[in-house]
Write a protein that binds this ligand. Structure first.
Ligand code: AMP
Length: 183
């Protein structure tokens, strides 16, 4: 199964991914986590990505698509699915994902969209304390989300893959609702 967890920063994608990956035997691929790991290793990719991340801007499609392709192609266990968190974030990433999956006889099975309103998102992000969770960067990340990422919802909705889940309930309630929607 290939599942996309979709939603704005602070919607709870990482938290829900942690619960779902065990239940569904999926490999959790968070582009944000992979990038933060590269930043902490000070790799070439990390150094390049850091500037965008600190500003709350998206890292270039080319870098991100290459990074995800490596992970998907290097999976040797056909039983293991993927749980994508924070990817795709642009229409070009969504199209590139479809292409790389099709050429590996795979496809996206479901896109779970976590719906949370802005005031709750801002409150959650400010309390998280990550280096890119300051007021100025948060505002930019929410703008970037609306302008560049939100159009993906229509892209998946038109292929009937989208399911929307209320994301501001308690963690377990949200997990259960996602689980039910996937059955
Ligand atoms: P996240 O942990 O998903 O909020 O990602 C943190 C930061 O990493 C984002 O603000 C972007 O700068 C970058 N990033 C993560 N995923 C992507 C992606 N799919 N495309 C472009 N940039 C990304």
């Amino acid at each position: 199964m290939i599942l996309i967890l979709f939603g704005p920063p602070g919607a709870g994608k990482g938290t829900q991914a942690d619960a779902l990956k065990h239940k569904l035997n999926l490999l959790h691929l968070s582009t944000g986590d992979i990038l933060r790991d590269e930043v902490s290793k000070e790799s070439e990719l990390g150094v390049l990505a850091k500037k965008f991340m600190d500003a709350g801007e998206l890292v270039t499609d080319e870098l991100i698509i290459g990074m995800i392709k490596n992970k998907i192609v290097s999976n040797t266990n056909p039983e293991l699915g993927f749980l994508l968190d924070g990817f795709p974030r642009t229409i070009s990433q969504a199209k590139a994902l479809d292409e790389m999956l099709t050429s590996n006889q795979l496809k996206v099975d479901k896109v779970v969209s976590l719906e949370v309103n802005d005031s709750v998102l801002i409150e959650r992000l400010l309390s998280r304390g990550r280096s890119d969770d300051n007021e100025k960067t948060i505002k930019n990340r929410l703008d970037v989300y609306k302008n560049q990422t939100l159009p993906i919802k229509d892209y998946y909705d038109s292929s009937n893959l989208l399911v929307s889940i209320k994301g501001d309930d308690a963690i377990e309630v949200v997990s259960n609702n996602i689980f039910k929607a996937l059955k």
